[in-house]
Design a protein around this ligand. Structure first.
Ligand code: NOJ
Length: 538
């Protein structure tokens, strides 16, 4: 297969991916919790084939598997079942069919590092030292003084080891004690999890988001992690160590390559891996997979400071690190991080949206981001994510119900929602914003449709420009003689910049100004946080 053919084939080179947190998207059976039927009911909003809808090309569903929900689905007790709270396999099949009808691909969360403590594999494993599934998890004797086998820490705080009374051995859990880590050095575990991938691909799933991908394989000698000399003390002591031996092991790259080979046996599949990494580490993950069907997430737009130069440098360096088959991606928010508007405010969030949809690669949108939903402070007695609290901040704030309209419960459910609805939902909701051409949802819609229909944005090159202005980041996307220029003002002040172009057509601006007009951008003056996308004729 030559490269050209591949680009045409794989949807990943075109799709904008929309992350759905199923509990919070739409409740169809009025139990206060979102479900699969609710998602089906809202597919037209995501893509009805016309420019009225968002124009999404793929949905990623956070876990819908059978689960005791201690970590809201990231603790799985049945990998080939749908949890009854979300529906059943029949409804899932319908969701895939309905999504495909609308040209929407379906990505499942693939939680391979750990199961739930309730999973039958773990129940067997913990039952005795000689159980055939004992080695499916990581068990170790206490040290002579009874303490854990090594100094590894759980991401959620405290030791990564819990002593199990049944056999008086410790088991390893990189996250909660209720989420025991599978032993990925065991070939039976590998085979069982490969079957899980096959099961969902046979049901029509188009791709996977691999959870905690960097944690999969641990040091074979379980050596102590070294202390982190830069650690200054924080709520969660996790960063007091450098996780040399508990994550990012070279063998994890082989596992990644195996996943890619399995995907490659099917038509048109893709995988994206969750790991918060810098560019050299991302490069390792890209290189792990030889067929271009996998990418690590790039979360750096979430953590980089608000600085045009730093963001430009990051994107330039990231672009330079990629080889021909590597497909970049960018993310502004997810179910583990505060929402983008809460982090930086709406004007800046609009500018980042313009960046997101005009860069090369796969843009990810977190549900509600397109209407500018904000985090909510959840009173302690209503909090559900008790463990996120240990990590840093409670994560409920970014997981609240989708705001569909200004009716009770924001149109999410007729029953009391599992988490409170945002106070501002009467102003910030889909219905209201669809009626206002200057709203955030219209900016998202315009950018997504323009992108999806633009060969230059989809397949063109990226080149940033030196403007002699540290507050404005501008770049060209080019394909043959077609050019698209993106100009982003990161400053709270007006900025003027100069380009050697005269007649340009304004495709999109962050505030809707001048769209569709032909303007001369020899000198262009941008209002605070304003961004422009223009077509340049040379
Ligand atoms: C990453 C997921 O995004 C997060 O929500 C979860 O708590 C951990 N992995 C553990 O599965």
């Amino acid at each position: 297969m030559n490269d050209k053919h591949k680009f045409q084939l794989n949807w990943s080179r075109k799709a904008v991916v929309y992350q759905i947190y199923p509990r919070s998207f739409k409740d169809s059976n009025n139990d206060g919790i979102g479900d699969l039927q609710g998602i089906i009911d809202k597919l037209d909003y995501l893509n009805d084939g016309t420019e009225k809808s968002l124009g999404i090309g793929a949905i990623w569903l956070s876990p819908i598997y059978k689960s005791p929900m201690v970590d809201f689905g990231y603790d799985i007790s049945g990998y080939t079942d749908v949890d009854p709270v979300f529906g059943d396999l029949k409804t899932f099949d319908r969701l895939v069919k309905e999504a495909h009808k609308r040209d929407i691909k379906v990505i499942m969360d693939f939680v391979a590092n750990h199961t739930s403590i309730e999973h039958p594999w773990f129940k067997e494993s913990r039952s005795s030292k000689i159980n055939p599934k004992r080695d499916w998890y990581i068990w170790k004797n206490p040290k002579p003084d009874g303490s854990p086998p090594n100094n590894w820490l759980s991401v959620f705080g405290g030791s990564a080891w819990t002593l199990d009374k049944t056999t008086n051995q410790y088991y390893l859990h990189s996250f909660l004690p209720e989420q025991p880590d599978l032993n990925w050095r065991n070939v039976e575990v590998q085979a069982a999890m490969e079957k899980v991938l096959e099961f969902w691909m046979h049901r029509g799933v188009d791709g996977f988001r691999s959870d905690a991908a960097y944690h999969l394989i641990k040091d074979d000698q379980l050596r102590d992690n070294p202390a982190n000399p830069t650690y200054k003390g924080a709520k969660n002591s996790y960063n007091s160590l450098i996780h040399t031996y508990s994550q990012g092991r070279p063998e994890a790259l082989d596992t990644m390559n195996t996943f890619c080979s399995i995907l490659g046996l099917h038509r048109d599949k893709y995988m994206v891996s969750e790991a918060y990494l810098d560019i050299p580490e991302m490069t390792k993950l890209y290189k792990a997979c030889s067929n271009g069907l996998h990418a690590p997430f790039n979360f750096n737009l979430i953590s980089l400071p608000w600085d045009a130069k730093l963001i430009r440098n990051h994107i330039d360096d990231f672009e330079a690190s990629l080889s021909k088959n590597d497909w970049p991606n960018y993310v502004l928010g997810n179910h583990d991080r505060p929402r983008v508007v809460s982090r930086i405010g709406e004007k800046r969030a609009r500018l980042l949206a313009m960046l997101l949809f005009t860069l090369r690669g796969m843009p990810f949108v977190y549900y509600g981001e397109e209407i500018g939903m904000k985090n909510i402070d959840i009173p302690e007695d209503l909090q559900k994510d008790l463990f996120g609290n240990l990590l840093a901040d409670n994560r409920d704030g970014e997981r609240t119900p989708m705001q569909w309209d200004d009716s009770a419960n924001a149109g999410f459910s007729n029953a009391k929602p599992w988490l409170p609805v945002g106070e501002k939902y009467k102003d910030v909701n889909v219905e209201k914003e669809l009626d206002d051409s200057l709203s955030m949802v219209h900016l998202y819609r315009r950018l997504i449709h323009y992108r999806t229909n633009s060969h230059v944005l989809l397949h063109g090159s990226y080149r940033s420009l030196d403007l002699g202005d540290n507050h404005v980041f501008a770049y060209l996307r080019e394909l043959s003689d077609e050019k698209i220029l993106v100009i982003l003002n990161f400053s709270k002040d007006e900025e003027s910049v100069f380009f050697p172009y005269q007649k340009t057509k304004v495709i999109c601006t962050t505030n809707g100004e001048k769209e569709g007009k032909i303007i001369d951008i020899n000198k262009v003056t941008l209002s605070p946080y304003q961004g422009y996308v223009v077509e340049v004729k040379t």
